[in-house]
Design a protein around this ligand. Structure first.
Ligand code: ZN
Ligand code: ZN
Length: 110
């Protein structure tokens, strides 16, 4: 039987212990391995006002799937892209905005 597992919380970045008792509990309920530590999960729960709607608040907003013209990665944009304009992912848009450039000099390293 597996013992305690050390996991890293995706919210606060802290390591936390997924105890064997918790593992059994999660397994029983059919839950997958938690991504967040207990305090963060509790905060999340409180944050949702106890409605229990399920679903993550961090789920991406509805958008149009596109391929980023800057880095070539699939991404979504919250608008209908026009054929004559390049579409950039959030990271590239931020880069362009913060540098004032109009294109993204991205060269993947071999
Ligand atoms: Zn956390
Ligand atoms: Zn991109």
């Amino acid at each position: 039987m597996a013992g305690d597992i050390q996991l890293t919380c995706s919210d606060c970045g802290q390591d936390f212990t997924f105890t064997s008792a918790d593992q059994a509990f999660f397994q029983e309920r059919g839950y997958s391995t938690p991504k967040r530590c207990k305090p963060c999960r509790m905060a999340k729960k409180n944050d949702q006002g106890g409605g229990g709607g399920g679903g993550y608040r961090s789920a991406p907003a509805q958008g149009t799937p596109v391929i980023c013209s800057g880095c070539g990665q699939p991404t979504t944009v919250p608008f209908e892209p026009r054929g004559d304009r390049p579409v950039f992912c959030r990271g590239v848009r931020f880069f362009l905005r913060s540098t004032g450039r109009r294109s993204f000099p991205y060269h993947p390293q071999a």
